[in-house]
Design a protein around this ligand. Structure first.
Ligand SMILES: NC(=O)c1ccc[n+]([C@@H]2O[C@H](COP(=O)([O-])OP(=O)(O)OC[C@H]3O[C@@H](n4cnc5c(N)ncnc54)[C@H](OP(=O)(O)O)[C@@H]3O)[C@@H](O)[C@H]2O)c1
Length: 394
C-alpha cells in the first residue's frame, strides 16, 4: 500500500525534499493534495507530475494564473483548486491523505497542522511555528500523531526508534551550527549584510529560517519545539553549538549514556524518516546521483557553548518558552515581520532582535487557552512590530 501524502508548502525547501522523495520512490508514495503559496508555476509542474485531487494556492490571483496554464497546456482533468487558509485546511484534511507534511513557513501553518491532528491524521511536522505558537494546546493523542521533520528533533526521534517517548533522561543536547556569524562580536554584527545572513554554512533552507539561524532565534524555537514534542522540561534542554552539523542532536541518560543520530546535513533524510518511520528508505543508494553522500569521518566533530551575549535572540526565546502563554506567538509574529523587513532591506540585521525584545516587553503575554488566543497575539504583535519598524525607518 502506498503512503498517500498531502504536502503543505510543496514549492518550498522542505517541500522540495519531499517532492524528490516522491519522485525517487513512486512505489512508496503517491500525492493526494498539494498546497503552495505564490509560486503557481512550480505548483503547476508538480500537479502535472503527481496528479493530486486537490491543490491550494495563496489567493484568487494564483488560482487564475494556474487555470490559465491548465488551459494553455490543454490539461483535461485539472484538480480542484482552493485558496488561502481555507485551501490549506482542506488539503490538511483531505480524506485520501494518510500523512500530511506540514512544510508551510510561518504562522500560516498553525491552523492546518492542528486541524489535521485534531482529525486524527498523522502529521510530518516541519512547520515549527505550530508548536512555538500553540504547543501547550497539544493533547497526548495529537502529540502521538506527530513525526518531527526538523533535523534536530528527527535526530531524537530516530535515536528513539521512531517514538517521542524519551523515558527518564538527564538532558536533551540540541545541536546548532551557530549560523554564518558564529564567532562574531556584537560590534562586528553591526556591519553584516543580507547576503552574508543568507549564506548558511551547512544547510540550504528557505530565507526566513536562514535568517533565524543567523540570529539564533531558530535554535530558541527549536528548544520550544523539543519541549512540546518530547515533554521534556526546559531546564533539561541544552543548546550545544556544533559547527560541522553532522551530529543532529543527542539524548543523555542518567547512566552517562548518550544516544545520538549523525548524518550528512540533508533534509531528505529527516523528511523520509518522518514519512516512513520506523522503516527507512535506501536513500544513500537511490539519491547518490542527486548529491547524497555518506558521512565523511575524516572531519573532526567539535562542540562549544552558544554565545548568548552576541545572539540574545536565543535567550529571549528560551525565556518566552519558559513563561509560556502567548509570549512565544508574539515572538514568532514579531520575528516574521522583522525578518521580512530585513529581507526587503528596510532594517539592519541587528534590529531584528531589537524588534523581538521590544515586542515581548511591550505586549507582555496572556494565557493561551485556544488557537484563537495564539492568532490574536500574532495579529497584535505584527501590528506592533510594524509600527515600531516605521519609527526606526523615520
Ligand atoms: N528548510 C529547511 O531545511 C527546514 C528545516 C527544518 C524546519 N523547517 C521549517 O519548515 C517550514 C518551511 O521552511 P522552508 O525552509 O521549506 O520554507 P520556504 O522554502 O520558504 O517554503 C515555504 C513554503 O510555504 C509556502 N507558503 C508561504 N506562505 C504561504 C501562505 N501564506 N499560504 C500558503 N503557502 C505558503 C511557500 O509557497 P510559495 O513558495 O509558493 O509562495 C512554500 O511552499 C518552516 O516552518 C521552517 O521553519 C525548514
Amino acid at each position: 500500500m502506498k503512503i498517500r501524502l498531502s504536502i503543505l508548502g510543496a514549492t518550498g525547501s522542505v517541500g522540495g525534499s519531499a517532492v524528490s522523495l516522491v519522485e525517487a520512490y513512486p512505489e512508496v508514495f503517491s500525492v493526494a493534495a498539494l498546497a503552495a503559496g505564490k509560486n503557481h508555476r512550480l505548483l503547476y509542474s508538480l500537479i502535472r507530475r503527481f496528479r493530486p485531487r486537490l491543490a491550494a494556492v495563496f489567493s484568487e490571483r494564483e488560482r487564475e494564473a494556474l487555470f490559465k496554464l491548465f488551459k494553455e497546456e490543454g490539461c483535461k482533468s485539472p484538480p480542484q483548486v482552493e485558496t488561502g487558509d481555507y485551501g490549506l485546511e482542506l488539503c490538511a484534511l483531505h480524506p485520501e491523505a494518510d500523512v500530511v507534511l506540514s512544510a508551510v513557513s510561518g504562522a500560516r501553518g498553525l491552523v492546518p497542522a492542528f486541524a489535521a491532528l485534531r482529525a486524527g491524521k498523522k502529521v510530518a511536522l516541519a512547520n515549527k511555528e505550530s508548536l512555538v505558537m500553540a504547543g501547550d494546546l497539544l493533547g497526548d493523542r495529537e502529540r502521538a500523531l506527530i513525526s518531527p521533520v526538523d533535523s534536530e528533533h528527527s535526530a531524537i526521534f530516530q535515536a528513539l526508534g521512531g517514538t517521542l517517548e524519551t523515558g527518564p533522561l538527564r538532558r536533551i543536547l540540541l545541536t546548532a551550527s551557530g549560523g554564518p556569524f558564529r564567532g562574531y562580536s556584537p560590534m562586528r554584527l553591526k556591519s553584516v549584510t543580507l547576503e552574508e545572513a543568507l549564506s548558511h554554512p551547512s544547510w540550504n533552507m528557505g530565507r526566513r529560517i536562514t535568517v533565524d539561524s543567523a540570529t539564533m532565534l531558530n535554535k530558541g524555537f527549536e528548544v520550544m519545539e523539543a519541549h512540546h514534542l518530547f515533554k521534556v522540561p526546559y531546564e533539561r534542554i541544552q543548546v550545544l553549538v556544533h559547527p560541522e552539523s553532522l551530529v543532529h542532536s543527542m539524548l543523555e541518560y542518567p547512566d552517562g549514556s548518550i544516544l545520538a543520530q549523525l548524518g550528512p546535513p540533508d533534509m531528505r533524510i529527516a523528511a523520509a524518516y518522518a514519512l516512513t518511520a520506523p522503516k527507512r528508505l535506501p536513500l544513500l543508494e537511490d539519491l547518490s546521483g542527486q548529491g547524497l553522500r555518506p558521512l565523511d569521518f575524516q572531519r573532526p566533530l567539535t562542540f562549544e557553548e552558544p554565545d548568548r551575549l552576541t545572539f540574545p535572540a536565543l535567550a529571549l526565546a528560551e525565556e518566552a518558552g519558559k513563561k509560556g502563554g502567548t509570549l512565544p506567538a508574539i515572538l514568532n509574529a514579531a520575528d516574521e515581520e522583522a525578518v521580512e523587513a530585513f529581507l526587503q532591506g528596510k532594517i539592519h540585521f541587528t534590529l531584528i532582535t531589537r524588534v523581538l525584545e521590544e515586542s515581548l516587553s511591550r505586549l507582555g503575554g496572556s494565557p493561551l487557552n485556544s488557537l484563537e488566543d495564539a492568532l490574536e497575539a500574532d495579529k497584535s504583535a505584527r501590528e506592533y512590530a510594524l509600527s515600531l519598524m516605521r519609527k526606526f525607518e523615520s
